[in-house]
Design a protein around this ligand. Sequence first.
Ligand code: ZN
Length: 174
Amino acid sequence: MSILKITKYGEPSLRNETKSIQKITSKIHKLISDMIETMYAYDGVGLAAPQVGKNYKLFIIDVSQDENSKNPIIFINPKIIKKSGEAFCNEGCLSLPDIYTEVERYSDVTVKAIGQNGKEFILEAKDDSLLSRAIQHENDHLNGVLFIDRAKDKENIQAQLMEYGLSTIAKKDK
Ligand code: ZN
């Protein structure tokens, strides 16, 4: 396994569309292992393939936050099939270090995806849990959307970006 370079805000791969994974090849298995190692190396809760420069519909999440019992969940070709409620929470992202802002999310989501074993699964994440937020944040990455696009306070996020020399929000319409 190896630690991959995290794509930072401003690099085009964060804004690109991603493609579905047709077959879980050894290359994909290797990518998943490397992404898991990378996520832990950077203390992330989640990591999406575009954040390591790969335009695949793939992300990983581990909300266990326990050094001794790591429990990564692999989402291949995920689709949010149900969403409801609203929640506001402070978010950050490994691709935008040191930037945090309040973002509106759904409080409950149900996601359908394929696991690393090739089997489809459905996962419900409720009550504005960390898992629910992480799923929505990572899923956005697969559509070229970043949490700053959903910032409640646009002026504040603009000010933070400027502070770090990231002058503009390369905004997408949706
Ligand atoms: Zn992110």
